[in-house]
Design a protein around this ligand. Structure first.
Ligand SMILES: Cc1cc2nc3c(=O)[nH]c(=O)nc-3n(C[C@H](O)[C@H](O)[C@H](O)COP(=O)(O)OP(=O)(O)OC[C@H]3O[C@@H](n4cnc5c(N)ncnc54)[C@H](O)[C@@H]3O)c2cc1C
Length: 561
């Protein structure tokens, strides 16, 4: 193996491999070093029982608006999107079942929303936003635009997402929305509480708490991201990783697995390469980057372990160590069954040909369900109380639309998500959730059966669970089984993530950049961190992509550039 490349990327997860594809396509020589035996990081698939293919971590595509699909031509490299006729539904304790369909079949949503929330302003807006260019533009403005320089004072109406809203909803869009929380915005737009509850869960599972003031649009953007993609890669999330990796290899990138990096080499304040760990496939080997090094692992691993402390000042390291990587932990259950849950008013609620891939149940009110659960997890730092209203779950299945996921005659409900405190914060001890696994799983099945009586023992063939702890064991990058990488907090968005001075992916070390979910826009396999970083690399003269590249229309170069 050569020991000199233009660029070295540490970590071959979603963000590292995507950046490798971008840089290799731009003609740079790139080497990715991945510590595990396989690349992809949290984009994994497993078959815990032969024939049942589940995603232990990332499961839905949220990134349909990503320019990367087009720019990296992922279709050429094997990416196949399965469009789901219905992605979301909800079930109330009273047995009302609402199918929200998907962007691929807006009729389903129209029919159901007109039934439960006729004529409200929000219903019309939401139906409209499922189609057309609004979703793509709004989502790109929020997620596929580098954060503005932290030192710039930007008028809220000049924020990219405000401009997009103004363009599509002029007359209806009010500047006050920019100061609102999603709770307030939903109260203004909709008059059906279960739907507001579903949106609250969806927003929180995309990073923004619905009660945060001034975050209504980013939170709504999270909800829209799910709706805009409305599906998943055929065969599961790892096939998406394969398409990215094939693209990188096709353009000449070198990807080396079983190669944990021990140290990022810094000389005269400049990153010049890396040294592999003794236990790697090339023990102690030094590999040099003629141009720059990218750390695609989390910010603490980067600055507290890989970069020697003598190269950064003590107050910077203190600020990095003060960032909490804990939050957004998920308990993931999978249930192999013969029949899908028949919710609410029975077999007709969700007919198989338009069965919602993700059902939120029980979904009555924000007070009873959403706030009850988030208070347990984030205020009391405990697993949700094992009572029906505290155990609102996302019950997901892919096999209705993707036959590669389960053998004929079977279904696999996977994932069934429940929020959990990060293990290290759990008042019952770090191992608490693992110790109580059986009890929690029993409660999950009991609640499922309450709302879908056909989920009897005779129908269920297997149940397996990965707790946040198990997720961290599988993939050390997913601290505490946390999908979001950092504690979920309003200061961890845009120019604040992970710290203002690191928010544009540059670091205090010359020629060392960040490309991990700990940077904006955070968790999820969106190809957004590398796309945003490309803007900065172009600005720094590090890369000159071909005519296939197009930047974010809202990108704000640094004042000096
Ligand atoms: C339960 C759960 C559910 C989720 N659901 C979704 C979902 O539905 N949709 C979605 O898009 N996302 C989802 N996510 C989030 C998604 O998995 C992550 O945001 C994404 O995988 C992060 O990618 P990354 O490249 O930044 O980090 P990682 O995937 O953590 O990649 C980092 C890589 O670096 C490697 N590495 C670490 N240290 C070193 C070293 N010293 N040297 C070399 N290599 C190193 C690691 O082995 C790893 O492969 C979920 C996550 C969880 C935990």
């Amino acid at each position: 193996m050569e020991d000199r490349f233009d660029v070295i990327i540490v970590g071959g997860g979603h963000n590292g491999t995507t950046l490798a594809a971008y840089l290799a396509k731009s003609g740079r020589s790139v080497c990715v070093l991945e510590s595990r035996p396989e690349c992809g990081g949290g984009q994994e698939n497993t078959e815990p029982i032969p024939g049942f293919r589940i995603d232990p971590h990332a499961t839905y595509l949220y990134g349909a608006a990503a320019p990367g699909f087009e720019q990296l031509e992922l279709g050429r490299f094997g990416y196949r999107h399965v469009p789901y006729r219905s992605t979301a539904g909800l079930v109330t304790s009273a047995g009302e079942a609402v199918n929200l369909g998907s962007r691929w079949d807006p009729e389903i949503a129209t029919e159901n929303l007109m039934r439960v929330a006729p004529g409200s302003l929000g219903t019309g807006m939401l139906l409209g936003s499922l189609q057309g260019d609004l979703a793509t533009e709004l989502l790109r403005a929020l997620f596929w635009t580098p954060p503005y320089p932290a030192e710039l004072d930007v008028d809220p109406m000049d924020l990219p997402w405000a401009k997009v809203m103004d363009k599509y909803f002029s007359g209806m869009f009010k500047p006050e929305w920019l100061e609102m929380s999603l709770v307030e915005l939903l109260d203004e737009l909709l008059d059906y509480e279960p739907l507001k509850t579903l949106y609250s869960f969806a927003a929180w599972y995309c990073g923004a708490h619905p009660a945060w003031e001034g975050m209504a649009l980013p939170a709504l953007g999270g909800v829209l991201m799910f709706g805009h993609s409305s599906g998943s890669p055929r065969g599961g999330m790892h096939t998406y990783a394969h398409a990215i990796i094939r693209c990188a290899l096709h353009h000449g990138a070198r990807i080396v697995t079983n190669s944990p990096v021990e140290r990022i080499l810094v000389e005269n304040g400049r990153a010049v390469g890396v040294e592999l760990a003794e236990g790697s496939s090339h023990p102690g080997r030094r590999i040099y980057a003629d141009d720059f090094v990218v750390s695609a692992v989390d910010v603490q691993h980067t600055f507290l372990q890989l970069v020697d402390g003598s190269h950064t000042d003590v107050s910077f390291r203190r600020r990095v160590s003060d960032i909490s990587l804990k939050g957004g932990s998920l308990y993931v259950a999978s249930v192999v069954c013969r029949e899908l849950p028949r919710y609410g008013d029975g077999a007709d609620a969700f007919p198989i040909e338009k069965y919602p891939s993700c059902v939120v149940v029980p979904c009555d009110s924000r007070e009873a369900n959403f706030f009850a659960q988030t208070e347990d997890v984030y205020s009391f730092n405990r697993a949700p109380l094992l009572e029906d209203d505290h155990l609102t779950m996302m019950v997901c299945t892919h096999d209705v639309y993707d036959p590669t996921r389960a053998p004929e005659g079977y279904h696999v409900l996977s994932p069934i998500y429940l929020e959990m405190p990060p293990p290290q914060y759990d008042v019952s001890g770090a191992a608490g959730v693992n110790r109580d696994k059986a009890e929690i799983t029993d409660a999950v099945l009991r609640v499922l059966r309450t709302h879908a009586p056909n989920m009897t023992d005779a129908n269920i063939e297997h149940v397996f669970v990965n707790t946040p702890y198990d997720s961290e064991f599988r993939n050390a990058g997913l601290t505490g089984g946390n999908w979001y990488a950092i504690r979920q907090s309003a200061d961890q968005w845009f120019s604040g993530r992970p710290l203002p001075e690191l928010s544009r992916y540059r670091t205090p070390i010359d020629d060392l950049y960040l490309c991990n979910q700990t940077s904006h826009p955070g968790g999820l396999c969106l190809m957004a961190v590398p796309y945003n970083l490309m803007h900065i690399l172009i600005e720094d003269g590090k890369v000159d992509p071909g005519p296939w590249w197009y930047p974010a229309p809202w990108h704000m170069p640094a004042p000096a550039a």
